[in-house]
Design a protein around this ligand. Structure first.
Ligand SMILES: Cc1ncc(COP(=O)(O)O)c(C=O)c1O
Length: 460
């Protein structure tokens, strides 16, 4: 279907594919992960389209070439959980692939043999390489990426580092995640900030016009999610970044549901901070996450907690480090952090464009199939939709339905007012079913899921 050969200059792959849309790359693009098509073009090109994409990292020959489509059989073989169940709870926590599990378990075994501190010293290079891998995933410098134990703590370290003053405005979305919203309320109580919610546009995503109007009045920070916990929508994060910079506001992006699901580049996003977890679309172990912070803003930020890893100190004073340590603590799970690195390598070997196009195809298929069923209403909004599919089932308790599905071997979740209060209340939902697909899921699984749903509906 297509041919592949190395193009030495950039260590990138050239490939041919029918019906590709190709855009010429500029120099800055060559810094990061590349998806390249040179057919018919004098310069390297980024290729997008349904049936192509080869992922290659600059300077290194990739370990795996996945070709224009994901080798689904192979990724499923490397995901043992797929044999036992249909896992449609990837927005909760996805199934880690074998190389990730082997990395974590292998490290723990070594720790037990060699000693925790001693092994950390021996594996220093691997730990450093993990930062480099995370940085490459989002187009950042490795010194701009701090490890965290989850997305909330990563986000907190950014948000609570800002010296908010009485009257400062933060702009957020209706779909804001529960933990972030509680932090806004706390900051309002303690420091007197103003919380303003940007309207949605007709599609249901954040309204850029309203954002601009609100930014004109002045805002300290724009703080939004890229993909909400309770909907399939993808907010226009790059356009939000552009506007935030134009009006001189800080920009904190909660990318918890988007990292690992779609390609991200902090330069294009123009965010000052980006927080995420490892366990969702990156397929890393639970208890992992990271924070990106733009180096230029570092100096002005004092984290809410500092330890002697994050700052140097004397008897009388302390100085927070001007690098990623500023937001970290000394102690962390080395095994999990390396697992996060392995998961990120795995995702990049497959290619974020490949992942994104397959996730979108699968979720589109799932939405279509669900829409055919009487008594089921798909509730996803937004111009661009992702792997999260939310729906209502008439006359059924969603939590009970979720439990029945789990007992039938299908993992789904329920999202409720607890998770995204403003949005759920406004739209009049107490809860919604949430089925979230990843690239290792299949259309056969969707068919089976739909059959089981119909069967459970009939037995009500
Ligand atoms: C949009 C969004 N932000 C933040 C979080 C919090 O992530 P964590 O549980 O890793 O702190 C979640 C978790 O579901 C989420 O969906």
């Amino acid at each position: 279907m297509f041919s592949v050969h190395w193009w030495e200059k950039f260590d990138i792959v050239e490939f041919r594919a029918p019906s590709c849309v190709a855009k010429e790359l500029d120099e800055s693009d060559t810094k990061v992960a590349l998806d390249i098509c040179t057919v018919g073009h004098s310069k390297p090109c980024r290729a997008t389209g349904d049936i192509l994409d080869l992922h290659v990292r600059k300077r290194e020959v990739p370990r795996t070439i996945w070709g224009n489509m994901i080798n689904v059989q192979k990724v499923r073989e490397q995901t043992p959980g797929c044999e036992e169940r249909i896992h449609f709870n990837n927005a909760g926590s996805s199934l880690p692939p074998t190389p990730v599990v082997d990395t974590v378990v292998g490290y723990l075994r070594e720790e037990a043999r060699v000693g925790g501190y001693e092994l950390a010293a021996l594996r220093e290079e691997d730990l450093e390489r993990t930062y480099e891998t995370l940085a490459r995933l989002i187009g950042a410098d490795p010194q701009a990426v701090s490890r965290a134990e989850n997305a909330t703590r990563a986000w907190d370290m950014a948000f609570y580092s800002v010296d908010f003053q009485r009257g400062d405005t933060i702009l957020t979305t209706f779909t804001e995640y529960c933990a972030n919203y509680v932090a806004y309320l706390q900051m309002r109580k303690k420091r007197g900030i103003r919380i303003e919610v940007v309207d949605d546009d007709d599609s249901g995503q954040l309204d850029l016009g309203d954002l601009e109007r609100k930014l004109k009045r002045g805002a300290k920070m724009v703080t939004i999610n890229h993909i909400p916990t309770n909907s399939g929508l993808v907010n226009p994060a790059e356009e939000v970044g552009k506007l935030s910079k134009e009006f001189g506001s800080m920009y904190l992006l909660d990318a918890c549901q988007s990292v690992g699901q779609l390609p991200l580049d902090v330069e294009k996003l123009r965010c000052d901070f980006l927080s995420t977890t490892g366990r969702k679309f990156l397929r890393a172990p639970r208890g992992t996450g990271f924070l990106y912070m733009r180096p230029e803003v570092l100096e002005d930020l004092e984290p809410p907690f500092l330890d002697a890893w994050a700052a140097s100190y004397t008897e009388d004073d302390y100085t927070p480090h001007l690098d990623r340590r500023r937001f970290e603590t000394f102690e962390f799970s080395h095994a999990n952090f390396l697992g996060l690195g392995a998961a990120t390598e795995y995702a990049m070997d497959i290619g974020l464009n490949n992942i994104w196009s397959r996730v979108q195809n699968l979720s589109r298929n799932l939405r279509d199939r669900l829409s055919e069923i009487d008594g089921i209403g798909v509730r996803d909004l937004g111009e661009t939709k992702c792997g999260i599919v939310t729906f209502e089932v008439d006359g059924v308790d969603h939590t009970q339905l979720k439990d029945k599905l789990i007992s039938q071997g299908v993992n789904v979740s329920v999202t409720s007012q607890f998770n995204a209060l403003l949005d759920m209340k406004r739209r009049g939902f107490v809860s919604l079913m949430r089925a979230s697909v990843h690239y290792y899921n299949t259309t056969e699984e969707i068919d089976r899921f739909v059959d089981i749903l119909r069967m459970l509906q009939q037995s009500e």
